[in-house]
Design a protein around this ligand. Structure first.
Ligand SMILES: [Zn+2]
Length: 116
């Protein structure tokens, strides 16, 4: 994947600032690509997108977010929880649409340390 395509993926979420690559296999770490993105916090989080592949079935690419504080499992917006949601009813038909699977473990590169 080229950095141009990686930035396009980041721009689906917001404004891609840079691609964060820390080794791994072909610009990925354990199957993940990390992109630093400036996000509009008034918009719902994006859960992923379908990647079109020539001659193959489209593939679902799931997003996860680092440094994610409270977010609403109903409308997908940050800085509030479902009990405080002003958007209830817009998206809540049929149950919750968002969940903890959007939260990524924060990856901090640096020297390896061991605790005994
Ligand atoms: Zn909400």
């Amino acid at each position: 994947m080229t950095e141009n395509n990686e930035m396009k993926i980041g721009n689906l979420v917001g404004s891609a600032l840079m691609v964060l690559n820390y080794g791994g296999n072909n610009d990925t770490i354990s199957g993940y690509l990390r992109i630093k993105v400036w996000m509009d916090q008034t918009k719902p989080l994006l859960k992923g997108f379908y990647l079109k592949r020539t001659g193959k079935k489209d593939s679902w690419v799931r997003f996860q977010y680092e440094r994610l504080f409270d977010f609403c499992y109903d409308c997908g917006r940050v800085n509030h929880v479902r009990a405080e949601c002003n958007f209830l009813g817009e998206s809540s038909k049929g149950g919750l649409k968002f969940g903890p699977e959007l939260r990524a473990v924060f990856y901090q590169p640096g020297p390896t340390t061991s605790v005994f």
